[in-house]
Write a protein that binds this ligand. Sequence first.
Ligand code: SF4
Length: 87
Amino acid sequence: MDSMFYCIPQEAYLSITTCKNLRERPVGKAPAGAPPKLIACEKCTMHPLVDMSKIPTVTLEAYLGGTRPRVVKLNSPKNRKLLADVA
Ligand code: SF4
């Protein structure tokens, strides 16, 4: 079952699968019919935490029931270190 998290660049609740799919889009001029990568995703510094499962999530089921995941603190010392390590 997919998990939901808060995407800070897009200011939206998204599923982890959606985040990964959005990142697979081509950058810039996309082939006809294919949506290009969102600028938010291109510039995103948050997704390594998504890949490391270091973001607060709720299950899709809980989300549909009205529960919302907390917003990750990108500037916490722990997360800054994690992000610096993958940069
Ligand atoms: S790559 Fe970043 S901006 Fe794009 S959906 Fe994932 S967290 Fe959000």
